[in-house]
Design a binder for this molecule. Structure first.
Ligand code: ZN
Length: 470
């Protein structure tokens, strides 16, 4: 049965926030009820959405919810891939969409302070206009929000050079479950004054507090980018190419994205508008790029790196982007999983990590297990292999939403992953979709400490309940 919120709480929320900040019934758009993996709007009966304008309003909401023991789900851009932001029965939806904007760019410190509901791309563009790079970058940049990036410790395409979102966050403002505002808006690179509390909230998927403001570290904006797509014959050579590129580019390798032939063939032959820049048929394709300061010196260095790789037999073919447009077309190929629903309406999608040297063997063993258990299934493999992060997507043609064997596929992938002591979530988080498998990657002792932290910060369990663990 659908639970509804207490009417007295709704009245109090309206009183504190103003009627326009509280949505009920038909005023609630389907976008608050769906995410990438749930394209059909979930039931809306009894839902209430609140949209605070500032930290003070958000703190007032949490004080009320704490007093009423009201569960809350926090929403950003709804681009998460673990189901964490989908509203559950009886949960109040806390949307950060009106808490947006760039508050400050401090050029001397090399930082920007943004409100949590700011779309990532807006923050990137504001930094670029002042000559800085905001190094967090992922395919959903146009829709995802900085607060969501922080809450999930988002990874993405530039981790090999700049680290995860955690590496870009210097300060945070967070509202706790009881409405306490914890303001740690530090701008300094070094700060060892006691516990680094912001790290608790980064990657905790909104279960410990609601992020409202973020101080982000900025990098110099690269003046020149070199991008290439290479064909590689074996996984061993993929790893050798990674080390060759890291040595030759001395820290400036900015992406090392690997696509197995199953991915490359499916994308180039089945997604309209994707033309192969290299002919199909190679076992692996690698997208490499270098972000540097000087095209005059970077371009010849990049060419020599590829010539040497060809001479040493690490690659069998390569094409270097001659224009920004051409580089974008390589990236569109890599970012095409955002359009996988055009090929496969039902898909089990994984963001796992395991030691780089083991990934090739893992993929071969997984392929054998999948084919044996689910004849006719289609699996594609790709990922940020320089970050030890593999993505796998599995479809079973002929199945429907009701008959798709999602649990069987998850068991196959995560059971094999456990043999390698890998992680069930490299970058998307656990949310609802992976919580049953948390024990594959974390020990009982680790999970017990996680529960203690949750109980200390959210004793009533009202923040994103049922996400990460029950
Ligand atoms: Zn990814």
């Amino acid at each position: 049965m659908t639970q509804t919120l207490p009417p007295t709480l709704i009245d109090e929320l309206r009183h504190v926030l103003g009627p326009e900040a509280v949505l009920v019934g038909d005023d609630i758009s389907p976008r608050y009820r769906q995410d990438y993996f749930s394209p059909l709007p979930q039931a809306s009966l009894g839902l209430v959405v609140v949209r605070p304008r500032d930290t003070g309003q958000l703190a007032a909401i949490m004080r009320l919810c704490h007093a009423h023991r009201q569960p809350v789900v926090t929403q950003g851009g709804m681009t998460g891939l673990s189901g964490g932001a989908l509203p559950g029965d009886g949960e109040l939806i806390l949307s950060l969409e009106r808490l947006r904007g760039i508050e400050e760019i401090d050029e001397a410190a090399g930082t920007m302070t943004v409100l949590a509901g700011t779309p990532l791309q807006q923050a990137q563009e504001a930094a670029a206009a002042r000559g800085f790079l905001l190094a967090i970058d992922l395919g959903a940049r146009g829709s995802c929000q900085v607060g969501g990036n922080v809450a999930t410790n988002a990874g993405g395409n530039r981790v090999i050079r700049y680290g995860m979102t955690r590496g870009q966050v210097l300060g945070l403002e967070v509202v706790l479950a009881d409405g306490t505002v914890l303001s740690s808006l530090n701008k300094m690179l070094k700060d060892n004054a006691g516990y680094d509390l912001k790290q608790l909230f980064i990657g905790s998927e909104g279960t410990l507090g609601v992020v409202t403001r973020v101080v982000l570290r900025l990098e110099p904006l690269p003046e020149a980018v070199q991008t290439a797509l290479c064909a590689v014959d074996s996984y061993q050579q993929v790893v050798a190419l990674l080390h060759h590129a890291q040595r030759r580019l001395s820290g400036r390798l900015s992406a090392f994205e690997v696509m197995w032939s199953d991915f490359y063939d499916a994308v180039t032959s089945r997604i309209p508008g994707q033309r192969p820049s290299l002919p199909p048929g190679s076992p692996f394709y690698v997208l490499l790029d270098l972000q540097g300061a000087d095209a005059q010196t970077d371009a010849p260095l990049f060419e020599r790196l590829l010539e040497q790789a060809l001479a040493d037999g690490l690659i069998s073919d390569a094409v270097v982007a001659r224009s920004v447009r051409e580089a974008q077309s390589f990236w569109e190929l890599r970012d095409s999983p955002g359009r996988f629903s055009m090929i496969w309406p039902q898909l089990a999608s994984f963001d796992i990590s395991l030691p780089i040297g083991a990934i090739g063997e893992f993929v071969e063993r997984l392929r054998r297990r999948l084919t044996q258990a689910l004849p006719g299934c289609e699996a594609v493999h790709f990922g940020h292999i320089g970050d030890s992060n593999l993505h796998v997507c599995v479809a079973v043609p002929g199945t429907s939403a009701e008959t798709f064997p999602e649990h069987e596929i998850k068991d196959l992938v995560y059971d094999l992953l456990r043999d390698y002591r890998g992680s069930i979530s490299a970058e998307h988080g656990v949310g609802r979709h992976k919580k049953d498998y948390l024990g594959h990657s974390r020990s009982p002792e680790e999970i017990a400490v996680m529960r203690s932290v949750k109980a200390a910060l959210d004793p009533l369990g009202i923040l994103n309940p049922g996400r990460v663990f029950d």
